[in-house]
Design a protein around this ligand. Structure first.
Ligand code: AMP
Ligand code: FE
Ligand code: FE
Ligand code: ZN
Length: 287
């Protein structure tokens, strides 16, 4: 049987809903050979995930997903700021410029979520304490999904999805932007930290306009290693464009679920990466 890997998975250390002790057995049950843990802006789960992976006979690749931005002007000269998610595998999380930047961003998350909650309290029966109740003791990266969970618990929304659609989206008056790295700089910092940068769901249209191809070209110039082509938020047509792009630039192709437990409909192993590609990623890690 061919070996399949899921290289984009979240635990409750960021905005997934399950602890690693529940998650890793499920990865095993899904018939996968291995996985990467890619919590948002944190590497806190790496040791525990590696231990659990060993116990269940799974191959483990450490990773994270960084929230970044790409700023550009369109052909009419209008300025845009696009959110871009960058997966990073095997980077030095202790003593790198990247680790310093990520630590600052991670710390800013709490402040930002508190400010969003403050705005919400004017219109909704919601308190910071209620949001904290949705955040597990393991958590290292609080975000809007935890506010969404608190809104659901308070009966204001019926699901994370609905809370985002009606209340937490970037166009909402409650929204506050998260401090982030420019994605070109982030690609360079990941490489400088010995890691392997792969752009996550680049053609997701869940977050407004799709990312312009120019952004991907610049990321490739800066040292991008691969593209997450097989992800539910990339349309069939966009997957074809991305495949052409990876071929032209000699980049790796990954596929992943972006599993968040009960936080999203995405199922473990719904998209996967082959063992050869995982091997190629490992070969590029410089740590
Ligand atoms: P934040 O990091 O606070 O900006 O929140 C972004 C996170 O919210 C993403 O990583 C997604 O996992 C999650 N998210 C965004 N939109 C939705 C949605 N419609 N339903 C569920 N989760 C979402
Ligand atoms: Fe998430
Ligand atoms: Fe993402
Ligand atoms: Zn993700």
């Amino acid at each position: 049987m061919t070996e399949r890997y899921d290289l984009h998975i979240h635990s409750n250390i960021s905005d997934g809903t399950q602890p690693l002790t529940e998650l890793v057995p499920l990865i095993h049950q899904a018939g996968l050979s291995g996985f990467a843990l890619t919590d948002h802006d944190t590497a806190r789960g790496w040791e525990q995930a590696a231990k659990l992976a060993e116990h269940y006979g799974l191959d483990f690749l450490p990773g994270a997903e960084f929230s970044c931005r790409y700023e550009y002007q369109d052909h009419k000269g209008r300025a845009h700021k696009k959110s871009v998610h960058l997966l990073a595998y095997g980077y030095n999380r202790h003593t790198s410029e990247l680790s310093n930047r990520v630590e600052a961003i991670r710390a800013a998350r709490t402040e930002r979520v508190q400010q969003i909650v403050k705005r919400l309290t004017e219109d909704y029966p919601l308190t910071w304490a209620q949001v904290q109740q949705q955040v597990g003791a393991e958590n290292d990266a609080v975000g809007r999904p935890h506010i969404a969970d608190a809104l659901v618990a308070a009966g204001v929304a019926t699901s994370r999805e609905e809370a985002f659609r009606n209340i937490l989206h970037p166009g909402s008056k409650y929204y506050i932007r998260q401090e982030s790295m420019g994605v070109i700089e982030a690609v360079q910092l990941v490489r400088a930290a010995g890691g392997v940068p792969v752009v996550a769901h680049p053609m997701s249209e869940n977050r407004g306009l799709p990312l312009p191809m120019q952004a991907l070209e610049e990321m490739a110039d800066a040292g991008l290693a691969g593209v997450e082509v097989y992800h539910r938020e990339n349309s069939q047509q966009n997957r074809q464009r991305l495949l052409e792009f990876t071929r032209a630039r000699g980049l790796l192709i990954t596929g992943s679920s972006d599993y968040h437990g009960a936080g999203k409909p995405n199922q473990l192993g719904e998209n996967t990466t082959d063992a050869q590609t995982v091997h190629a990623i490992r070969e590029q890690i410089r740590n």
